[in-house]
Design a protein around this ligand. Structure first.
Ligand code: GLU
Length: 476
């Protein structure tokens, strides 16, 4: 973070909110009601580890309860603090509204470096934290449903779900108390990849609109576009992998904690990820050029920059040097309010976090619905769909016979057409639809209103209008 006068993360989110709300005509007082965080619970609890009691500090913040349950991840990081958790909770409110996931916004965090602990220690800590939150309904299928975030994943969510189930032995919907669980503990296919997949779908949708591309000085297709990714964690890894393997993008640099790898020929994401997990960093990677000061690579020329790590990485100190044409915020809050202003003036198009990384919560929504309905998606329809398609294929093959096989079905078409959609296909389809629809709602505002010159403001306008409508419907 720069030494220049930069607001805190929460202030930064508020500033962006204020910019948007100034263009709206909300009833007096409603603006503040929406902006402020409803409540933040701080807990300090002790866990006996290695012969001594260790005290941990955790938070769960509820930003808006215009819809319940409220939703948002739990982060494990030493950088967790109240300001950050509140900023992230606010972003959850806007994110859920924008993609029409029927939740209010919440976020949690625990001040901990998870890499300092053994697995069984992390389990004790997580269960204790979950106990403290569940006891106050801050984990609850109809009140507050956490999910993974930085430093947490399926494993932690499984512990949380089990802890809640132990405390609520007769709750038939106990599994819906948290999302992002492994498949064998009530999770859903495609949740782990969901946020990265959402980034891919967001870019695919952006590239369907030549007018939007032109605003960023881009044209053509995703194929061949150069990409720089910051952070090869769950989100950055999946986004980079799908964009390079499926859309033909060339990932020319990856920035990690210990530096960056730059390679104009394109980086093999799978290989680099394997290297990182074996060597705990990118340094020493045999291909490409290693750059010690990784953050400098944010300033390199590329078509698409994907910050997928921490908040505040593009700020007053470096925004002026950023040369990317398009930035897609896979992380939450990677650009400060000051940085945002500089980038906007430079004409760089930003696909904002509340939209760009909404894939995670979207698939969390599907998981929650799956848990409440107690049935896997596709279980009822899949074979029926396949048998109906078989009927068509049989008829077409008869036709082919009657034409003396002068015309035949393409075997690839046949294989694809005959395969009924399972849970993964349905989840991806629902996610793709969500990302397309939400993008279109933002771009409509972006193009139709002269006073809206960026996608972030457009995203805020769409989501605040939805939150305001819920409040009005409640009589507030
Ligand atoms: N932590 C993710 C986010 O920031 C996912 C939240 C969720 O699935 O509830 O959007």
């Amino acid at each position: 973070m720069s030494n220049l006068k930069e607001p805190s993360f929460r202030e930064s989110v508020d500033l962006m909110f204020n910019r948007a709300v100034a263009l709206m005509d909300l009833s007096p007082g409603l603006e503040e009601k929406i902006r402020v965080c409803n409540a933040t619970y701080t807990v300090r609890f002790g866990v006996r580890l290695r012969g001594a009691i260790h005290t941990f500090t955790g938070y769960r913040s509820v930003h808006s309860e215009h819809m319940e349950p409220v939703k948002g991840g739990i982060r494990y990081s030493l950088g967790v603090n109240q300001d950050e958790v509140e900023a992230l909770a606010a972003l959850m409110t806007y994110k859920c509204a924008l993609v029409e996931a029927p939740f209010g916004g919440s976020k949690g965090g625990l001040c901990i470096d998870p890499r300092q602990y053994e697995e069984h220690e992390l389990e004790l800590i997580t269960r204790r934290f979950a106990y403290e939150l569940a006891k106050r309904d801050l984990i609850h299928p109809s009140q507050n449903v956490p999910a993974p975030d930085m430093g947490t994943g399926e494993r932690e969510m499984a512990w949380i779900a089990d802890q809640y189930a132990r405390m609520n032995t007769t709750d038939i919907n106990a599994r819906a108390c948290v999302t992002g669980k492994p498949l064998n503990a009530g999770g859903i296919a495609g949740r782990v990849e969901a946020t990265g997949r959402g980034v891919q779908y967001a870019l695919q949708e952006f590239f369907r609109h030549p007018e939007d591309m032109a605003k960023a000085g881009l044209s053509g297709k995703l194929d061949g576009k150069t990409v720089i990714v910051q952070g090869l964690g769950n989100v950055g890894y999946h986004a980079a992998k799908f964009l390079s393997e499926e859309d033909g993008c060339k990932v020319i640099a990856v920035i990690e904690r210990d530096g960056a790898i730059h390679d104009e020929n394109g980086i093999d994401i799978e290989e680099l990820r394997n290297w990182i997990s074996r060597h705990d960093g990118v340094s020493g990677y045999p291909t490409g050029r290693y750059v010690k000061e990784g953050s400098k690579v944010l300033e390199e020329k590329c078509d698409i920059l994907i910050p997928a790590a921490l908040e505040g990485v593009i700020n007053l100190s470096n925004a002026a040097n950023v040369k990317a044409k398009l930035i897609i915020e896979a992380a939450n809050g990677p650009i400060t309010a000051g940085g945002d202003e500089i980038l906007r003036k430079k004409g760089i198009v930003i696909i904002p976090d509340m939209y760009a990384n909404a894939g995670g919560v979207t698939v969390s929504y599907f998981e929650w619905v799956k848990n409440l309905s107690h049935i896997r998606f596709g279980r009822m329809q899949r074979r029926q769909e396949e048998s109906r398609h078989q009927l068509v294929v049989d008829e077409l093959e008869k036709l082919s016979e009657s034409l003396g096989k002068t015309w035949t079905l393409d075997p690839k078409f046949k294989e694809k057409y005959l395969k009924g959609a399972g849970e993964l296909e349905l989840v991806r389809s629902g996610l793709d639809d969500t990302m397309r629809t939400a993008y279109q709602s933002m771009r409509e505002v972006w193009h139709e209103r002269d006073d809206v010159t960026d996608l972030r403001t457009a995203a805020y306008l769409v989501s605040i209008a939805k939150v305001a409508a819920s409040y009005r419907a409640k009589g507030l």
